[in-house]
Design a protein around this ligand. Structure first.
Ligand SMILES: C[S@@+](CC[C@H](N)C(=O)[O-])C[C@H]1O[C@@H](n2cnc3c(N)ncnc32)[C@H](O)[C@@H]1O
Length: 286
C-alpha cells in the first residue's frame, strides 16, 4: 500500500485550494493562446497527503493538477525521495493512464532538475506554471533567478518563514546560519535590515573581550511584518511583478510558519495584469 506523506495543518488545504484555484483560472485564461502550457511541480510528493495534526487525508498538488478539467500540454514532477517518486508514478499509471505520455517525473533535487527543465524548454513558445512547495529552505535564490529569466513562468512559492525566523536569533548570533540565509534570500542585505547595534551598554561593552570592539553587539530589530515585506521586496528585485497579498500561514499558536508568495516572470504588462488580477482575487477571497 502507498505510504501517504505527513505534513502541515489546516493551512495545507488552504494552500492547495489557493494554488488549484489559480491553476484552473490560468488554464482558462490561456486556452485560446498559441503557447504550449507547462506545469512544473518541483516538490511533488506522491499525490496524497496525511496532515500531521489530526490524520486528515488530502489530495496533493500533483493529483489536483492532473485532475483539472482543462489540461496542460506537459506535466513535470520533481521529487527527491525515490520511494515517493515511485508512488507518484504508480498513482499516475492507475488513475491517469491516458496522461502518461505527457508526464515526466524526475527523481532528484528540485534546484538541479528545475534548471534542466528550464534549459530544455523554448520559452518563446511555452508558458509555465510552477509550484514550489518545500518543507524548508531547499529553494536556492539562484533557482528563482533562473525561473525569472524565462520571462514565461508564473510561480507560487511557499516561503519557509519560520525556518528563516529560527535562523535570525534575537542576540545577533546568526553566524552558523549565514550561508543558508544568503542562499535563501540571495544577498547579504538582511544583516542590516534585521539587526541594529544593541543600544543597551553592559559590562561586556565596557570591558570588551579580546578581539571584540566597542559597540559590536547586534540585536534583532524585525517583526514578522517587516520580514514579510523584505521577502516580497527581494522577490521584486528579480520578478517584474509580485503580489502584495502574499498569505502568511500560521500554526495553532498563531506563529507564522510559511509565506505563500506569487510572482510573475512575464514582462508583458497585459500578461502581468491578468495573472495578478487572478492571483489577488484568489488570495483576497480564499
Ligand atoms: C511539502 S511536500 C510537497 C507536497 C506536495 N506539493 C503535495 O501537495 O502533495 C515536500 C516534498 O518535497 C520533497 N523534497 C524534499 N527536498 C526536496 C528537494 N531538494 N528536491 C525535490 N523534492 C524534495 C519531499 O520528499 C516532499 O515530498
Amino acid at each position: 500500500m502507498a505510504t501517504s506523506q505527513k505534513f502541515g495543518g489546516n493551512w495545507t488545504e488552504e494552500k492547495l485550494n489557493i494554488f488549484t484555484s489559480y491553476l484552473d483560472a490560468y488554464l482558462i485564461a490561456l486556452q485560446n493562446q498559441k503557447f504550449k502550457k507547462i506545469y512544473i511541480d518541483a516538490f511533488a510528493g506522491t499525490g496524497e497527503i496525511e496532515t500531521s495534526d489530526g490524520g486528515q487525508y488530502l489530495v496533493g498538488s500533483a493529483k489536483r493538477a492532473l485532475a483539472s478539467e482543462k489540461k496542460f500540454d506537459h506535466y513535470y514532477f520533481i521529487e527527491a525521495d525515490s520511494q515517493k517518486a515511485g508512488e507518484l508514478q504508480d498513482m499516475i499509471n492507475s488513475e491517469f493512464p491516458q496522461m502518461r505520455r505527457i508526464v515526466t517525473i524526475f527523481c532528484g533535487d528540485a534546484n538541479d532538475k528545475l534548471a534542466e527543465i528550464i534549459s530544455n524548454v523554448d520559452w518563446r513558445f511555452n508558458r509555465g506554471l510552477l509550484f514550489l512547495d518545500p518543507y524548508a529552505t531547499q529553494v536556492n535564490w539562484t533557482t528563482l533567478e533562473n525561473v525569472a529569466q524565462t520571462k514565461s513562468i508564473d510561480v507560487w512559492y511557499l516561503f519557509p518563514f519560520s525556518a528563516l525566523e529560527r535562523m535570525l536569533p534575537k542576540n545577533g548570533k546568526y553566524d552558523k546560519w549565514e550561508d543558508c540565509i544568503d542562499r535563501l534570500l540571495g544577498d547579504s542585505g538582511w544583516r542590516e535590515e534585521f539587526y541594529k547595534k544593541d543600544p543597551q551598554m553592559t559590562l561586556f561593552d565596557l570591558f570588551p573581550e579580546p578581539g571584540q570592539s566597542d559597540g559590536e553587539r547586534m540585536v534583532k530589530d524585525a517583526n514578522p511584518e517587516h520580514i514579510k515585506e523584505y521577502i516580497l521586496a527581494r522577490l521584486g528585485t528579480i520578478f517584474p511583478c509580485v503580489s502584495k497579498h502574499a498569505r502568511i500561514f500560521r500554526n495553532s499558536r498563531n506563529s507564522p510558519m510559511f509565506l505563500f508568495c506569487f510572482a510573475i516572470a512575464s514582462e508583458s504588462p497585459k500578461a502581468q495584469g491578468l495573472a495578478l488580477r487572478m492571483a489577488d482575487h484568489i488570495l483576497k477571497n480564499k
